[in-house]
Design a protein around this ligand. Sequence first.
Ligand code: TYD
Ligand code: MG
Length: 455
Amino acid sequence: MAKIKKAFFCQNCGVQSPKWLGKCPSCNEWNTYVEEIIQSDKEEKIWENKSNSRNVKPVLISEISLSDEIRIDSNNNELNRVLGGGIVPGSLVLIGGEPGIGKSTLMLQIALNLKDLKVLYISGEESEQQLKMRAERIGSSNNNCYVFTETSTQNIFAQINEIDPQVLIIDSIQTLTTSVIESSAGSVSQIRECTSELQRFAKQTSTPVFLIGHITKDGTLAGPKILEHMVDTVLQFEGERNYDYRILRSSKNRFGSASELGIFEMQNNGLREVSNPSEILISHKDEQFSGVSISATIEGMRPILIETQALVSTAAYGTPQRSSTGFDTRRLNMLLAVLEKRCGFRLGAKDVFLNLTGGIKVDDPALDLGVVCAILSSNEDIPIAEKICFAAEVGLSGEIRPVNRIEQRISEAEKLGFEKIIISKYNNKSVKQKNYSIEVVLVNKIEEVFSFLFG
Ligand code: TYD
Ligand code: MG
């Protein structure tokens, strides 16, 4: 009988130690060491065995030929965009997100829409009936889509050999166990070993593999950081639970830009692709309200117009409240301090609430001016004239600073029928007014914007 080997693993970064440690020397987290059993030599590793028999040798990079079709079309424009133009054969893609956000729905929908390819959907979380019910709800069918409810990688690879799928989906990596390691499912060594088995499979057979991953309370992917290092692409599926919009964001992509964004809307029959986000993120009202402004932001490669709503009211209690949804609260506090100190607006004793519509989170600095104007509009109780939008950063001394890719922002605003866009004076070099029918207003200070808007 093989000897049982044990070691302690940091559950945060995956570092191994022969003894328990209070603080991880690698990632400095406290109380993350857990003892796990690593029982090697018990059974051979399924994929390692194969690779030996295949006799893989080093090759010259100049002699490696690329097939013509490097990307597989996922039949979903938003996913294609986030992946950098389609699914790369042999890639390992990790999709993380909070429970109930729609990860399983998204992947099952992708599986059902890959009509020409044989897809194997492995679920360790749901029964076949549940998967069928979800497929019925999504309403598309695919005669080449197999589902398999299993958690042992050994059984999974046995079925893979049988079915020979062209795309593999694992829901979720935390439920898998390999017989090579004896610790429980979801532990660091299990996640690491299962991922590396799947990685070997993906690379050797050029099959794309999608892994669904859980995230922890603080929003990071559950399991060791090493998981994110092992995969080629990390996607985050996020959104506010009370809103229908879902955002697929890439935070790592070996085959494309890592700042791309896909937008979906959760409907009764699955996720709908949102190809023109600006139109839904701006509410078209008949009446004019104070405290509402529109900003031209850029997410990934795409310009998106976003509506900001602010409410400024006299603080009922001693300490004024500042809260924001979708916009960084620290940045909001900074903008309020700039308004107070540099521009003389007395907001110190006021409650300020800020909301980006649609439950979207944005960290583009070009949103600053729109946020400031929404706050001022609510404070003055004067609506901002319709058809005006903003794209500029606000500096600490109250100056209006230029932002990148201004032409794209202006074009998007123009396309959506805006008549004026307010930008920084320092963007003027890259902007030629005669190219646009929209009026480009150049400003330098918040006071100028204030008198332009509210007279
Ligand atoms: P699910 O894919 O199970 O989430 P995850 O795998 O990330 O935990 O998402 C389920 C949620 O989505 C659930 O609250 C129901 C909702 N939903 C719809 O609104 N429409 C649909 O067509 C489907 C399949 C689910
Ligand atoms: Mg799920």
